[in-house]
Every structure is written in C-alpha cells, then in structure tokens.
Write a new protein. Structure first.
Length: 180
C-alpha cells in the first residue's frame, strides 16, 4: 500500500465549489481507500491505496469527485515520503522570518515537459520562483503596493498545467497531521 497525500485544486474558495471534508472522507473511503483523513477545508486528504501510479490514481479520484461533487476537481498527488522530503529540505529557511513575505508550494499535476531557468524573478508581481523539484514549485511572494503576488498563477502560466498552492506553514502542518 502506498501512503498518498492529495491536494485538491479550487474547492471551498469564496463560497464556491464546496466540498465538505466529511463528504470527501466518505467518498474516498467508499472508493476503497484506507485510513482516509482530511485536513482543513482547502482540500487536503491522506490515505493508503494499492495503486502506486499517480496518474492512474489521480484520474480515478478526479472521476470520483466529478461524479460525487458534480464539478471537475484537479487532484495533485504526492507520496507521504515526497512531502516529508520537501519539508526536510526546507526551501524557505533563509526567508522564514522576513517581514511582508509569504512562502508557497505549488503542487503540479505532472512533471513539467520543459525546464525553466530558476530563480525566476517577477519584481512587478513581488514573486520569486526559487526551485522546481519533484513537481513542487517553491515561490516567495513579497508585498508590492500593499498586495501579494499570486504564486499559483505564475506557475500555471509558465508551465501551462494545473497546480494548486499551499502556504508553507500549511504544508508543514499537513505533513505533521497527515504524512507523519
């Protein structure tokens, strides 16, 4: 059995595309996944599955969510050990205490077909894309004119594929609650 963490994109934002975590947990359990747990309302779930192929598992989860929720939900999957490696690597160690700075991990749906020269700086958006490792894009967002840039938009626009972003503090909490 493989221990997976699923990050759902674009649910429970601004009162739209609502999926209750109790429903998500029941749907995943009903699909034969084991030890299903969810964490906060942004769509994070942990489970054990006999399926080791993330593409196959992702496609079946997206079909399940479409059938149950009635709308498409992109699912980004990471094995628990991949998430542990990301947290251990601590890609934001040098900016953890920097004021007016947010740190995001954008989980890509698939490995990108092409590479980018990183770091990629977008000063007008306050964004610094630091690394892309194992389908995880680490982006720092700093305030520009009182606003933070949107890390996920930069990543999706640059790689032309779906991603979903989580704040670094949330990633660490997910790791502790679901992957640990």
């Amino acid at each position: 059995m493989t221990h997976w963490i699923a990050f759902l994109r674009g649910i429970n934002v601004g009162g739209h595309r609502i999926i209750r975590m109790a429903h998500l947990q029941a749907w995943l359990g009903g699909a034969g996944l084991e030890q299903v747990r969810t964490y906060i309302q942004s769509g994070n779930a942990s489970f054990l599955s006999p399926e080791a192929d993330p593409r196959m598992l992702g496609a079946s989860l997206e079909a399940l969510l479409l059938a149950q929720a009635g709308f498409e939900v992109p699912v980004m999957l990471r094995r628990a050990d991949q998430l542990a490696s990301l947290v251990q690597r601590s890609p934001f160690a040098d900016v953890m205490d920097a004021p007016d700075t947010k740190r995001y991990v954008c989980f890509l749906k698939e490995q990108p077909a092409h590479s980018l020269a990183l770091p990629l700086h977008k000063p007008d958006e306050g964004l610094e894309w630091r690394e892309l490792t194992d389908g995880d894009a680490c982006v720092v967002s700093r305030k520009v004119n009182g606003e933070y840039g949107f890390a996920n938009q930069l990543v999706e626009r640059s790689l032309k594929q779906p991603a979903t972003a989580r704040d670094w503090n949330t990633v660490m909490r997910i790791h502790g609650a679901l992957a640990g």
